[in-house]
Design a protein around this ligand. Structure first.
Ligand code: ATP
Ligand code: MG
Length: 568
């Protein structure tokens, strides 16, 4: 492709609404344009990258025994009503009516559609296992679409669904998908970790997220420095390795005035005590019952774990009025001592045995100091209720957990019979007994993977594509368009590389060398060949991988071969 013809309108300025690097670079380098919030046009370079990721996905899904289908994006309400999700799914589900008044939605995920398809035609155990996948546009009306392709409203997803006779067979399908995902992200040239993830309320299930490691990632993950354990911090279990001795209190607690100091940071500053000496008290609403949950001041509450401990359907942080009802005070002054307006007090294991602690006094502008657990307040139930942090012990081997940030690009999930029960997706087993099919579902955010690749691979000058998903593998820069030898050598190399099947861009624009170098870096093409008049006199051209700072002088006669070898 000639750059003079390529529709890749580059920009000098960083777009105002772009907060993350991938969004900035994709817009600046002319890969995407915004049509509406969270909805983007994919220009030619982006389309090529997406196609490469899709090709890798297709090859690995096919090799793992899955079959590609293509399902509608517009989905009739009936199937969503059948599963019950029409009534449960929030406003992320974009619902609308057709001209006859029928209810429809844009599919945010396709369990219903696939179950509806499979249950109509698959009747016998002989047809199982079955794994169907598609690569298709999804729509989720996200509250805050942001970060460009990372959290769009319209995005491309690969979604696969496995149907098996029982749990053991589903585990085999799951393992096959897990292995395929490892190959897919490795082939895309990405650094990633598969981490254990929350399974929600579905019993006996397994779930892993595939996280591309990047400091800008929205997800916090921990992984053991000694064994293979890795988990989302929401999921990471924190076992109690030894019970702390019961608290021995010296001083009685006292009430102190803390005017307008509500947050842990404000109160630690004001009272000059470290955060780990604080008891943070959060009021939560669990299925319409109010509980207090205590965590140490330097720890963060994990609502998912609270939900599990209580076996609740729904747990949210209480709103202002509920906090007032529970504590008699404004938000920021809740504490366990003398707390009467809650059903119970739950506490994280780290709160057990705390002495000389600081806690809210359940009165505006006041805290208690020198509070002792067990003496000054009673905990209804202790448990693992906080997010894991760096340095916590690994639940498998006791080693030290390290923390990372990641971008969730894929998710494998053991679904069980949730949808097959609700929608009566059954088969007849060998003895003619009707049983529900056991399902797994497996998603990859194709367009998010493209953005994640940039979050992980960029520098101050632009994108640094991994070779396998780069839109073109090499860019040829004739540095002086007014020197016929230079133009001729560049044209010949361009033709030779195309003939050899190498995906190549030729920067044939009448631009200064500096502009060409800058744009080649911005676009992120993995290999650059610069052809200048001075080098040509000595019979050499310059070869430079985008990722390295080293420029190699290569004889003109060898360049086509060298490039072909490098880009293989
Ligand atoms: P998240 O937690 O980031 O909202 P999710 O867990 O809701 O994602 P899944 O339902 O597991 O997402 O969807 C499968 C994959 O689709 C995700 O792993 C992610 O890569 C991708 N994905 C989900 N939501 C979006 C979005 N708004 N924009 C782009 N990709 C997305
Ligand atoms: Mg997910």
């Amino acid at each position: 492709m000639r750059l003079s013809r390529l529709h890749a309108p580059t920009l000098k300025e960083v777009p105002k609404d772009a907060e993350v690097v991938s969004h900035q670079l994709l817009v600046r380098a002319g890969y995407i344009r915004k049509l509406a919030a969270g909805i983007y046009d994919f220009l030619p370079l982006a389309k090529r990258v997406v196609r490469k990721i899709e090709t890798i996905i297709r090859e690995e899904m096919d090799a793992a025994g899955a079959q590609e289908v293509f399902l509608p994006a517009v989905v009739p309400a009936e199937v969503w009503q059948e599963s019950g999700r029409w009534f449960q799914y929030g406003p992320e589900l974009l619902r609308f009516k057709d001209r006859k008044g029928g209810d429809f939605c844009l599919g945010p995920t396709h369990e219903e559609v696939i179950v509806d398809l499979v249950k109509r035609d698959v009747r016998s155990w002989r047809s199982l296992p079955l794994n169907l996948y598609q690569i298709q546009t999804k729509f989720r009306d996200e509250v805050r679409p942001r970060f460009g392709l990372m959290r769009g409203r319209e995005f491309v997803m690969k979604d696969a669904y496995s149907f098996d006779v029982d749990d053991a067979a589903t585990n085999r399908s799951y393992d096959a998908m897990y292995a395929a995902y490892e190959r897919i992200f490795a082939r895309c040239g990405l650094q990633f970790r598969a981490v254990e993830a929350d399974t929600g309320s579905i019993g006996g299930s397994r779930s892993h997220e595939f996280q591309v490691l990047a400091s800008s990632g929205e997800d916090a993950i921990v992984s053991c420095a000694q064994c293979s354990y890795a988990a989302n911090v929401e999921q990471a279990e924190l076992h109690l390795h030894h019970e702390p001795p019961p608290a021995v209190a010296e001083k009685a607690y006292e009430r102190v005035h803390t005017p307008n100091r509500r947050t842990i940071a404000e109160v630690t500053d004001y009272l000059r005590r470290p955060a780990r000496q604080f008891i943070k008290t959060l009021i939560v609403d669990a299925d319409d019952r109010l509980f207090a949950v205590l965590v140490r001041g330097d720890h963060e509450l994990n609502l998912i774990k609270v939900k599990k401990l209580l076996g609740a359907q729904r747990v949210d942080l209480a709103h202002e009025e509920q906090v007032r009802t529970a504590t008699g005070a404004a938000v920021g002054f809740a504490g366990p001592v003398g707390l009467r307006g809650v059903v119970g007090i739950l506490a994280d294991n780290a709160v057990r045995g705390m002495t000389h602690a600081v806690a809210g006094a359940n009165a505006d502008d006041h805290h208690f100091v020198d509070v002792t657990e067990g003496r000054d307040f009673q905990v209804t139930r202790f448990g693992d209720l906080r997010l894991a942090v760096e340095g916590d012990p690994c639940p498998r081997c006791g080693g030290e957990l390290k923390s990372f940030r990641g971008i969730e690009v894929g998710h494998v999930f053991f679904l069980g019979t949730k949808y097959s029960d609700a929608m009566k997706c059954t088969y007849l087993d060998e003895s003619g007994v009707e049983r529900p099919m056991v399902m797994g579902c497996y998603g990859i955010g194709v367009t998010r993977t493209m953005a994640a690749a940039i979050e992980q691979n960029h520098d101050a000058d632009g994108i640094v594509w991994p070779l396998a998903i780069a839109p073109y593998r090499v860019i040829v820069l004739p540095l002086q368009m007014n020197v016929p030898d230079v133009v001729q050598a560049a044209e010949k190399l361009y033709a030779d590389l195309q003939a050899a099947g190498v995906e190549v861009l030729l920067d044939d624009r009448d631009e200064r060398a500096g502009v060409k170098f800058k744009d080649a870096d911005l676009l992120g093409i993995p290999l650059r060949v610069a052809i200048g008049g001075r080098g040509l006199k000595d019979g050499v051209v310059e070869l430079k991988p985008r990722r390295s700072s080293e420029v190699q002088q290569v004889p003109l006669a060898d360049i086509a071969r060298r490039v072909a070898e490098w880009t293989e």
